[in-house]
Write a protein that binds this ligand. Structure first.
Ligand SMILES: Cc1ncc(COP(=O)(O)O)c(C=O)c1O
Length: 378
């Protein structure tokens, strides 16, 4: 609802003015992008924007042509990183309908991130109505149901636009949503990735912003990623900031360990770990598949010793972009370990595979959605 005051406890769905762009991509150009969608490279014709001021609350919600946004060089986001974002996907089902997977969880996490970064709240219903407004207008950009593991990646974000160099919560803010067709993360099925265990850089600290989805966390993770690449690894695993021994996250994914007796262990939410929507879903789906799931502290030494002894049989990471990523190798400054049997299925273990299939089957509507995890967007 435009013009809603920030003081009101709003739960409304927002109304969006729609300004269709006069120069959308041609059908041929769109088809070319959809034929080979790389991750986050091409964007749909439109975007959502809404403005907030401390005096007037949220206003001017609209769907408009995708274009650069204008901010002052003094905008607080550029200096003090007062910024948050989300990431989720819309999936085309066989009947042509388009669905989001647990968008209420992304909405709730966006609310929690906003609180941590002293940004205004977007009501959760309004967040979902913004997704629906954009996907309704740009529906032709959602890849077809027969194009494999393709989807429309949706990126909501909020930035402090106030031009003021004082360090304090901004009084002017922009909320936006953009979308990008996404191809299968793995062209030829899931392939195990290699992980560098860094102890020289830390991603997040107790009392810090690790549990929020804010840009600063990602900036803080890049030196660790660069260190991983320099050591011939594809991704980086971070440990906790206090004892430097408890596993937290892999890059932008949560992690899971499969034990020979069928148990699955994932690091418990420590306050400095991002609570993944995929993580929460894996915990429930793994239990359905008969696994006992433990959320507890797990150390880097338990990982190494478990792989060496054969007690840990599979390791995988979870996140919206790649769904489930098998981990095939762990390296650190004075060691290197292979995980799993790489002579079978490229080293993708059976538990990793079955959990991955369960998730994808749900997301693409191949199996009934008993839990009501899907929300129709178009
Ligand atoms: C730091 C971090 N951890 C975990 C995840 C996985 O979260 P989700 O499953 O909601 O995509 C992400 C991705 O959003 C992330 O950026």
């Amino acid at each position: 609802m435009p013009g809603v005051s920030s003081e009101t406890a709003v739960t409304d769905v927002w109304d969006f003015a729609v300004e269709l762009r006069s120069d959308p991509a041609t059908a041929e150009a769109r088809t070319a992008v959809l034929a080979e969608p790389a991750f986050g490279q091409a964007f749909t014709d439109h975007m959502v924007v809404a403005n907030w001021t401390a005096d007037d609350g949220w206003h001017d919600q609209k769907v408009t042509g995708y274009a650069p946004i204008k901010v002052s060089p003094a905008a607080a986001v550029l200096h003090y990183s007062q910024e948050i974002f989300e990431g989720l996907k819309a999936y085309r089902h066989a009947d042509g309908s388009v669905w989001a997977f647990r968008p209420d969880r992304n909405a709730a996490r966006f609310t929690a991130s906003a609180a941590r970064l002293a940004l205004p709240q977007v009501p959760e219903d309004a967040f979902i109505s913004a997704l629906r407004a954009l996907v309704t207008v740009d529906e032709p950009w959602v890849p077809s149901a027969d194009s494999g593991e393709t989807s429309l990646y949706i990126r909501p974000y909020m930035i402090a636009t106030e031009a003021a160099l004082s360090v304090r919560p901004a009084r002017e803010v922009l909320f936006g949503v953009i979308a990008s067709p996404a191809g299968p993360y793995f062209d030829t099925g899931p392939k195990p990735v290699s992980i560098w265990l860094t102890t020289s850089t830390i991603r997040a600290t107790p009392g810090g912003t690790g549990a929020a989805k804010c840009g600063g966390n990602y900036a803080a993770s890049l030196a660790g990623l660069a260190e991983a690449v320099a050591n011939n690894c594809e991704q980086v695993a971070f440990v906790d900031a206090v004892e430097h021994k408890w596993l937290e996250e892999i890059g932008s994914m949560n992690m899971f360990f499969v034990y020979a007796d069928g148990r699955i262990v994932t690091p418990e939410l420590s306050g400095s770990i991002l609570e993944g929507v995929t993580r929460a879903s894996v915990i429930e789906l793994a239990a359905d598949l008969g696994h006992k799931v433990e959320e507890r502290q797990i150390s880097a030494d338990e990982w190494k010793d478990g792989v060496r002894s054969g007690e840990i049989t599979e390791v995988f990471a979870s996140g919206t972009a790649a769904v489930i990523t098998p981990i095939g190798r762990l390296a650190w400054p004075d060691g290197d370990l292979t995980i799993g049997d790489h002579s079978v299925d490229y080293g993708v273990g059976p538990v990793t595979k079955s959990i991955r299939s369960s998730l994808l089957d749900l997301q693409y509507g191949h199996i009934p959605d008993h839990r009501g995890w899907l929300t129709r967007l178009a």
